[in-house]
Design a protein around this ligand. Structure first.
Ligand code: FES
Length: 108
Protein backbone atom coordinates (compact mmCIF):
# COMPACT_ATOMS: atom_id res chain seq x y z
CA UNK A 1 0.00 0.00 0.00
CA UNK A 2 1.39 3.39 -0.89
CA UNK A 3 1.42 6.45 1.34
CA UNK A 4 -1.85 7.77 -0.04
CA UNK A 5 -3.73 4.58 0.81
CA UNK A 6 -6.16 4.72 3.71
CA UNK A 7 -5.08 2.80 6.80
CA UNK A 8 -8.07 3.72 8.97
CA UNK A 9 -11.20 3.12 6.94
CA UNK A 10 -13.43 4.25 9.78
CA UNK A 11 -12.02 7.78 9.86
CA UNK A 12 -10.40 7.94 6.41
CA UNK A 13 -6.83 8.44 7.63
CA UNK A 14 -4.04 7.76 5.15
CA UNK A 15 -0.72 6.12 5.80
CA UNK A 16 1.00 9.40 4.87
CA UNK A 17 -0.90 11.32 7.57
CA UNK A 18 0.03 8.71 10.16
CA UNK A 19 3.70 8.53 9.17
CA UNK A 20 3.96 12.33 9.26
CA UNK A 21 2.15 12.45 12.61
CA UNK A 22 4.67 10.04 14.12
CA UNK A 23 7.63 11.98 12.71
CA UNK A 24 6.38 15.40 13.71
CA UNK A 25 4.54 14.77 16.98
CA UNK A 26 6.68 11.90 18.26
CA UNK A 27 3.90 10.23 20.27
CA UNK A 28 5.01 8.45 23.44
CA UNK A 29 2.62 5.51 23.06
CA UNK A 30 0.93 3.99 19.98
CA UNK A 31 -2.54 4.92 21.25
CA UNK A 32 -1.67 8.58 20.73
CA UNK A 33 -2.07 7.98 16.99
CA UNK A 34 -5.79 8.33 17.70
CA UNK A 35 -5.05 12.07 17.84
CA UNK A 36 -4.40 11.82 14.10
CA UNK A 37 -7.94 12.11 12.79
CA UNK A 38 -9.34 9.57 15.23
CA UNK A 39 -7.39 6.71 13.69
CA UNK A 40 -8.05 3.41 15.41
CA UNK A 41 -11.06 4.56 17.41
CA UNK A 42 -13.72 2.92 15.25
CA UNK A 43 -13.85 -0.80 14.52
CA UNK A 44 -10.30 -1.33 15.75
CA UNK A 45 -9.15 -3.18 12.63
CA UNK A 46 -6.27 -0.81 11.91
CA UNK A 47 -4.77 -0.79 15.42
CA UNK A 48 -2.08 -3.44 14.73
CA UNK A 49 -1.01 -1.42 11.68
CA UNK A 50 -0.98 1.81 13.68
CA UNK A 51 1.38 0.11 16.13
CA UNK A 52 3.65 -0.85 13.26
CA UNK A 53 3.65 2.72 11.94
CA UNK A 54 4.40 3.96 15.45
CA UNK A 55 7.43 1.65 15.62
CA UNK A 56 8.72 3.28 12.38
CA UNK A 57 10.06 -0.01 11.07
CA UNK A 58 8.83 -2.23 8.29
CA UNK A 59 5.08 -2.68 8.28
CA UNK A 60 2.76 -5.27 6.80
CA UNK A 61 1.34 -2.37 4.80
CA UNK A 62 4.31 -2.56 2.46
CA UNK A 63 3.32 -6.02 1.25
CA UNK A 64 -0.48 -5.76 1.44
CA UNK A 65 -2.44 -4.44 -1.52
CA UNK A 66 -5.28 -2.01 -0.75
CA UNK A 67 -7.69 -4.67 -2.02
CA UNK A 68 -6.33 -7.33 0.34
CA UNK A 69 -6.32 -4.86 3.23
CA UNK A 70 -9.97 -3.93 2.57
CA UNK A 71 -10.94 -7.59 2.24
CA UNK A 72 -9.28 -8.51 5.53
CA UNK A 73 -11.03 -5.63 7.26
CA UNK A 74 -14.37 -6.77 5.83
CA UNK A 75 -13.70 -10.29 7.12
CA UNK A 76 -12.79 -8.85 10.55
CA UNK A 77 -16.02 -6.87 10.77
CA UNK A 78 -18.19 -9.71 9.44
CA UNK A 79 -16.69 -11.89 12.16
CA UNK A 80 -18.15 -9.43 14.68
CA UNK A 81 -14.79 -8.25 15.94
CA UNK A 82 -15.43 -4.55 15.37
CA UNK A 83 -18.23 -2.11 14.68
CA UNK A 84 -17.53 0.72 12.22
CA UNK A 85 -18.98 4.14 13.11
CA UNK A 86 -21.38 6.07 10.88
CA UNK A 87 -19.47 7.56 7.97
CA UNK A 88 -16.91 4.78 7.84
CA UNK A 89 -16.00 3.23 4.53
CA UNK A 90 -18.73 0.62 4.07
CA UNK A 91 -17.99 -3.07 3.80
CA UNK A 92 -18.67 -4.09 0.22
CA UNK A 93 -19.81 -7.54 -0.77
CA UNK A 94 -16.72 -8.08 -2.86
CA UNK A 95 -14.30 -6.80 -0.23
CA UNK A 96 -13.42 -3.69 -2.22
CA UNK A 97 -14.09 -0.18 -0.90
CA UNK A 98 -16.74 1.79 -2.75
CA UNK A 99 -17.32 5.55 -2.77
CA UNK A 100 -19.90 6.74 -0.25
CA UNK A 101 -22.03 8.21 -3.03
CA UNK A 102 -22.77 4.74 -4.37
CA UNK A 103 -25.00 3.99 -1.39
CA UNK A 104 -28.50 3.08 -2.48
CA UNK A 105 -31.20 5.64 -1.95
CA UNK A 106 -34.18 4.71 0.10
CA UNK A 107 -37.60 5.92 -0.99
CA UNK A 108 -39.18 8.13 1.59
S1 FES B 1 -10.33 0.94 10.25
FE1 FES B 1 -9.43 2.15 11.81
S2 FES B 1 -10.81 1.98 13.45
FE2 FES B 1 -11.80 0.93 11.84
Amino acid sequence: MDLDAKVCYCFHVTRRKLVNFVRQRQPKVPSQLSECGGAGTGCGWCIPFLKQIYAQGDTDLEVLTPEEYAKRRADYIRAGRGNPPPGATPIPDDGLPKPADERSESAG
